[in-house]
Design a protein around this ligand. Structure first.
Ligand SMILES: [Fe+2]
Length: 358
């Protein structure tokens, strides 16, 4: 069965491209009732980027805290807040931040036009109405969230994305200047998300020529960024943004695998952010991803990253079971990694043994 892939129709790329945002938005204002919602990572509240957001008329600026992984409850709260301040539908929603803000922006733009709690829409193509026009402006690179069809959310019952036709951004602004101040560890963990996307995309049953082409080039760029000392930071940032974009496109056409399934379990129960959770899981997956994991170990050392160890030590049986339930339920990832008979290759016991190594 072939799938229809919807990717982002418009993109603006280049150092300094963020400066064009105001002009783009001005062209979209349709009258006095027209307003924009800016959803911005509260990390930028007192930073220069936060001050560059120019509000006009009834525009709303919402600072979003992403200490925790994106939650359906916060999506609903922000949606209600926007609607209570203005009964008109927003002209556009602009998300500025890392992968979590990208996911919030996608989810909230869908929820501004669809009734009820967002947990009702966790799944594939469940939204009935087209989303509010939404623009994604990443300030971290690697997750591919800027280009994916999914807004990954943790709900009351599960960690599962709102995925579908209405989720992808209508426009993305990729300005490498915006990622230049990312803290070292965070930059590494998020960058490795792209690296892992490529590995998983290329090594599973859903891969095809398109997903391979994106993943291969993304991997070339990831290796330049994390292994080539001759690159300036400016050159590296530009390459990392494109690596993230291509890695996201690659998994859109293929799928993620073992590492992401385990990582979802870690995030759901222990609250780890996606990038670091992936690194913790990938670190222990040499038996599956061989040479790529050895290269990952080399990069960890080279960049002097302190990856958390022995995180399974203090876990209760209940926590381990919950993590395993979360991972085991991600059938599409296991199928991609091991084929239709994946249950012959992966048992709950096997998953628990991986978690125990972390
Ligand atoms: Fe990922």
């Amino acid at each position: 069965m072939f799938r229809i892939i919807k990717s982002v129709p418009k993109s603006l790329f280049g150092k300094g491209s963020f400066n064009q945002l105001e002009e783009i938005l001005e062209g979209m204002r349709t009258g006095t009732g027209s307003f924009f919602v800016f959803l911005v990572d509260d990390f930028f509240k007192d930073k220069p980027l936060g001050k560059r957001i120019a509000l006009k008329g009834n525009d709303q600026l919402i600072w979003v805290n992403v200490d925790d992984e994106p939650k359906t409850t916060l999506v609903d709260k922000i949606r209600d807040e926007v609607k209570s301040k203005n009964k008109n539908t927003a002209t556009a929603l602009i998300g500025i931040g890392g992968g979590s803000v990208m996911d919030y922006a996608k989810a909230i733009s869908v929820m501004l036009t669809n009734e009820g709690p967002s947990s009702k829409y966790q799944g594939l193509n469940l939204a009935k109405n087209a989303a509010v026009y939404h623009i994604g402006i990443p300030t971290l690179a690697g997750t591919g969230a800027e280009v994916s069809m999914t807004a990954v959310l943790t709900g009351p019952e599960k960690k599962l994305g709102i995925k579908g036709e209405f989720t992808p951004f209508d426009l993305i602004v990729l300005d490498p200047e915006l990622i230049k101040d990312a803290p070292k560890n965070q930059r590494f963990y998020t960058g490795m998300d792209a690296y892992i996307h490529n590995v998983e995309s290329m090594t599973g049953y859903n891969k095809n020529t398109i997903s391979d082409a994106y993943a291969m080039q993304s991997q070339v760029l990831c290796r330049e960024v994390f292994l080539n000392d001759k690159l300036t930071r400016e050159e590296a940032d530009e390459k990392l943004m494109v690596a993230s974009y291509f890695g996201g496109l690659s998994i859109g056409h293929s799928e993620v695998g073992v590492c992401h399934a385990l990582s979802y379990g870690l995030s759901y129960v222990l609250g780890y952010h996606h990038g670091i959770a992936n690194c913790i899981a990938f670190n222990q997956l040499e038996e599956i991803y061989g040479e790529d994991v050895r290269e990952f170990h080399f990069m960890i050392k080279k960049h002097q990253i302190d990856l958390p160890h022995n995180i399974a030590k203090g876990l209760s049986q209940d926590q381990l079971e919950k993590m395993t339930d979360t991972a085991y339920a991600l059938e599409h990832m296991w199928k991609h990694a091991f084929g239709a008979d994946w249950k012959k290759h992966v048992s709950r016991e096997k998953i628990i043994s991986w978690f125990k190594k972390m």
